[in-house]
Structure formats: C-alpha cells, structure tokens
Design a binder for this molecule. Structure first.
Ligand SMILES: [Zn+2]
Ligand SMILES: [Zn+2]
Length: 322
C-alpha cells in the first residue's frame, strides 16, 4: 500500500485543501477527500495518478471526511470518470447532494430567525448571506446513486488494508476520521489540524446549536485514545505527534474561553456583539459566519461549565457571566 498526497488551492481562500490517494497492491485506489472543484484540481489529480501509475478506473472509493465543499466538491468530476463510490456520514450526506443545502437559498425561514437570535442586525443579515453564497460558488452536487453511508465503526476491508471509520462530530455533525488499522495512520479531515484549531461550525437546526465545540472536544479525546502513529490532516503538513497537537488545541480553546469571559465582563451581550469584540476585522469571505460559530461554540461550552447563563430579551439571546 502507498499513500500519495495532493493539494488543491481553494479558490479565493489563500490556502490549499489536502486530498490523499491510497493505492493498494492490486492497484485499486481509494481517495480520502478530493479537494475543491477548482481549475487546478483536474491537472493535480491526473499528475498524482501518473505518479502512482494508476488509471481513473482504479479509483473505486472516495471517503469524504466531512461535507465542506473544499474537501469534496471535486468528487462529482472524479465519479464521472471513474464510477467510484462516495462514502460519507449520513449527517453530512445532504451537503454533497443538494446544492441548495446551502441554508441561505432555501431555509431563510430558519436561518433569519436564528441569526436574529444571535443578535445580528437586519442589514447585516443580507451581507452575511452574500458572503456565504460567494464562498460556495463552483459547487457541483453529486448524484445520490453513487453515495454510500458510513457510520461509526464501519470497517472497510480491502486486500491488505482495513479502514476503520471513527465518527468525530464537532467541526461538522458528520465529520469522520479514517484509521488505516495495519499502519496506525489516521486521516483527520478538519477535526485535527497541525497549526490551527478547527472551527466548530454551528448547526442551524436542532437542539444542540451551541454544542459543536463540546462535540469537537469529545472527538479529540476519542482521537487521542486511538494512539495512532501519525495523522494526515485536511490542511497543512502531516501530524507526526498526535498527543501534543491535541494538547495544543485544548490549550487554545481554554485561552479563547477566558478571552470570551473577559469580553463578557459583568454585562449581558449577544453572540454577535461578543463575536465583533473577539474578531474586530471584517475580512469578508465567511468571516462573520466563522466568527459567530466560534463564539457560539465557546458560549455553549461555558454554559455546560455553568460559567455563563442565558437571558432571552425580545427574541435575542444575551449571555451573562454566572
Ligand atoms: Zn471543514
Ligand atoms: Zn477544510
């Protein structure tokens, strides 16, 4: 078995997404993520196939770590050429198949009240919508017929290779890590990254809107217990020591939580007001969305620790130190 890494620049983002080709002894190949549907993607993957000496038809499976377009949106083109099956956790499945999963297109009736509750003003909601819509252009939905569902502890057996699926929600509800059992290697998507702490993106629907960060922390603990020898992340260089990388993430999260409490002070603030204090520069592309996610994640974590409480005032949620 051999692993080939390739990187595709994410349009307008200034950084790359990683994808990996696992070539088995019989040349059958498995992709872990595909990269974004960017102009360079096709050339990059073709060069990787040449290097690995495999053809499009050898790609039998695509394992998707999570439903973010920079990790899977090139899959539709690969499937057209190879007929590969695409594996994803059911909680992220809709993100692959429905272009309109982008909540701003179809779920205005859910999204707008949600954003209002966070304290986002009416005029800001419109610009927030255009930020997200601009980021997701180039998305190509996949046909349902190619998609297979993964769940925690799904085991995929190949000649000479066993891949175990570990459901690691937090960054997205359907985030998964893939463990190459015989090698002790782990593919971590955006759940464990070498340099930055992944954003625990909030859910728009459901009871657990502010619990993404708590889920991410549980998932990191799950990863730690696997005792993998190394990890291939969704962005950046391979992680050669997993424990210190996880420790760094927990340290950063704890530091950020203290920062949130300082911002909060004695007064009650909305999620949006806290986010503006924490992330004052408004740099476009997903900025506000990510800032709100990060903030709400920390509020949820602090709520669980009983360090903050909620006050509802005219439909807006205010957080108060407890
Ligand atoms: Zn992601
Ligand atoms: Zn990513």
């Amino acid at each position: 078995m051999q692993i080939y890494e390739y990187n595709v620049p994410i349009p307008d983002a200034g950084f790359d997404s990683n994808a990996y080709l696992i070539k088995l002894e019989n040349k059958e190949s498995i992709l872990v993520d595909t990269g974004p549907n960017a102009p360079q993607a096709l050339d990059t993957l073709e060069a990787t196939l040449r290097k690995a000496e495999v053809s499009w038809e050898n790609i039998k499976h695509i394992l998707v770590t999570h439903g973010h377009y920079d990790h899977f949106s090139f899959a539709a083109q690969i499937v057209e050429r190879s007929g590969a099956q695409v594996w994803v956790h059911p909680a992220d499945r809709k993100k692959l198949t429905i272009a309109t999963e982008n909540p701003f297109f179809v779920e205005a009736e859910t999204v707008i009240p949600f954003l209002k509750k966070l304290g986002v003003q009416k005029n800001k909601i419109t610009s927030l919508i255009s930020e997200v819509v601009a980021s997701e252009r180039g998305f190509k939905p996949l046909s349902e017929s190619y998609i297979r569902s993964l769940s925690n502890r799904t085991v995929l057996k190949f000649p000479g290779l066993t891949i175990k699926v570990i459901h690691t929600p937090g960054h997205t509800p359907g985030s998964c890590c893939f463990q190459l059992v015989e090698k002790g290697i782990l593919f971590t998507g955006d759940t464990l990254l070498p340099q930055i702490t992944p954003n625990a993106i909030f859910n728009i629907e459901g009871e657990e809107r502010d619990q993404s960060l708590v889920r991410l922390q549980e998932s990191l603990t799950k990863i730690r217990r696997l005792r993998a020898s190394m990890a291939y992340p969704g962005h950046g260089k391979p992680i050669l020591s997993i424990d210190p990388a996880i420790n760094r993430q927990f340290t950063r999260m704890a530091r950020r939580s203290e920062q949130v409490l300082r911002v909060l002070g004695a007064q009650g603030l909305s999620t949006f007001s806290i986010a503006k204090e924490l992330f004052p520069s408004d740099s476009g592309r997903y900025h506000t969305w990510l800032a709100l996610s990060e903030t709400l994640g920390h509020m949820g974590w602090l709520r669980i620790q009983r360090r903050v409480r909620i006050r509802d005032d005219a439909g807006i949620v205010y957080w108060e130190a407890q």
